[in-house]
Design a protein. Structure first.
Length: 523
């Protein structure tokens, strides 16, 4: 049988783009489907001036590149566009600590992941041009003083950044791939990494893996959504799509799902439970989804402060053995984020904390209103991302929603005794200390403090690895049990919380996946 492609990859984020290049280098015909648009420097610059051009809200006809998924117990932040999450990523590339490899979910697979990922990590680091920022600012200084006050000064330092630190405003020939890559311009230290880099300094996927993949002939079909995957008689798959020119079908010998956790799970659930085209997908699908044990807190600094100079994320520290903290800079088009933060409250019981938060709107009214109506808010605020490698779980299922019973959608459920946290005491301790050393005011994310909802940019798991469909969705080569040639290579295949930003780990897992695929000459 003749197929349109040898490999069809659904999604162009870290898993999809890495897979695309490496499979093309093995001689295969490869295509990538991406539901978002191509995002160039002009689109990024426009989005920085107009929030309507930043956000991905297709129901409201907003087709930007920063999206989010809302669930009962979870808010997921994501990138949507050619380059996936790398478009809105802070360019932080950290490896997991050794404890990650000791997690039962990894140990039970029987693979020595630390050994097997050593080479893939090295290749990914080289591809992303990882280095450290040569310029740390006032925000970094405050974070360092916070680490000192908490007695963990030795854990503070600059993060590995995937950014080109050439001369600002000066275009230079490709510095990474012997001239095969695009021309670059040095970092402007504008703090705008999370809304895309219009200068060509951030090493997002459209400047390395995906750029090189397209030069090798990989076909990237933007604004095209995969709707259904159907096995074909004799092998291979047909993928029903909807794109700018309407409905279509693409056939491929093999299919790689790399649509991010929510996108991948949604498509697999629909193929199993609605379309019945993949009925043998394991019942463990979505049974264990992780948030990287994450919490978002903030500190509003005094009027006149300007902490905006630097990369989006430039330093971090570890307040304890399980907890990792990074600071985040944002630019003006994120100023509406101020309304996500409110009273500072602490309690392990979500109901008590919600009541304390409501009371805080009265008792902490000066702080709340100072935050909501602050001039130059984006220059004065430090957003802290606090991550832990402690295990926690949510369940995602495909169900009818009470408020819209006419169709099914992904819904979250808690797992008693293992729920993903909406309150991390260490996060509040860090925010409180940062406020003390800087003269600022600590704030909590209202979704977490009032509604008990976890907020994360780093959702993981959902497609566990194991020996059979009875205990897992995937085998250790990322193949879906019962469906030869169907793979999952994104955050959904990460078996445990990483406790640090997961982009480098996803890229390394994709490197390993592609390495284990045959070349066109071997097949």
């Amino acid at each position: 049988m003749t197929f349109d492609y040898d490999y069809l990859i659904i999604g162009s984020g870290f898993g999809g783009s890495v897979s695309a290049l490496r499979l093309a280098q093995k001689g295969w015909r490869v295509a990538v489907l991406e539901q978002g648009a191509r995002v160039d420097a002009e689109a990024i610059a426009a989005a920085k001036e107009d929030r309507g051009k930043l956000h991905w809200l297709p129901a409201l006809r907003r087709t930007g590149f920063f999206g989010f998924g809302l669930f009962r117990h979870l808010v997921v932040l994501k990138g949507v566009g050619v380059g996936g999450g790398s478009l809105v990523w802070g360019a932080v590339m950290l490896e997991p600590k050794p404890a990650f490899y000791r997690e039962p979910a990894l140990q039970e697979t029987g693979v020595d992941w630390q050994a097997e990922l050593a080479g893939p990590f090295a290749r990914a680091r080289k591809m992303f041009g990882i280095t450290q920022s040569p310029r740390l600012g006032r925000m970094d200084h405050y974070l360092q003083r916070t680490a000192e006050r908490l007695g963990v000064a030795d854990s503070y330092g600059p993060v590995p950044n995937a950014i080109y630190f050439g001369n600002p405003g000066e275009q230079a020939a490709d510095p990474y791939f012997q001239g095969a890559g695009p021309a670059r311009s040095g970092c402007e230290f504008c703090g705008g990494c999370m809304t895309g880099c219009p200068y060509g300094a951030k090493n997002s996927l459209d400047y390395n893996y995906l750029y090189l993949a397209e030069r090798m002939g990989v076909a990237v079909q933007a604004q095209t959504r995969a709707l259904r995957i159907t096995p074909l008689d004799g092998g291979g798959y047909a993928v029903a799509t909807r794109g700018p020119h309407g409905a279509g079908t693409v056939s491929a010998r093999k299919v790689v799902l790399a649509a991010g956790v929510a996108g991948t799970l949604d498509l697999l659930f629909r193929c199993r439970d609605e379309h019945r085209t993949l009925p043998e997908v394991s019942q463990t699908l979505g049974a264990c989804v992780r948030t990287n044990s994450e919490s978002i807190v903030a500190v509003l600094h005094p009027p006149g402060e300007d902490l905006s100079e630097g990369t989006g994320i430039s330093s971090d520290f570890y307040p304890d053995a399980n907890t990792h903290v990074t600071m985040n800079r944002f630019v003006k088009n994120f100023s509406s984020m101020r309304f996500q933060f409110g009273p500072f409250s602490s309690h392990t019981d979500p109901r008590v904390r919600a009541l304390k938060t409501l009371l805080g709107f009265v008792l902490q009214a000066p702080t709340v209103f100072a935050n909501w109506f602050a001039r130059d808010w984006e220059k004065r605020v430090t957003i802290l991302t606090v991550m832990q490698d402690l295990d926690n779980q949510l369940r995602l299922t495909l169900k009818r929603r009470w408020w819209w019973p006419f169709s099914r959608g992904l819904q979250s459920e808690t797992i008693p005794g293992r729920a993903a946290p909406s309150y991390i005491p260490a996060a509040n301790a860090v925010a409180r200390t940062l406020a003390e050393v800087s003269g600022g005011r600590p704030l909590n994310n209202i979704m977490e403090s009032l509604f008990g909802v976890s907020v994360t940019a780093h959702v993981l798991s959902g497609c566990p690895m194991g020996s059979s469909a009875e205990n897992a969705v995937l085998d250790t080569d990322h193949q879906v049990h019962g469906y030869p040639g169907l793979y999952v290579v994104d955050g959904a295949s990460i078996p445990a919380n990483i406790g640090v930003n997961p982009s480098l780990t996803i890229a390394a897992m994709a490197e390993r996946f592609a390495e284990r695929q045959p070349s066109a000459t071997q097949d």
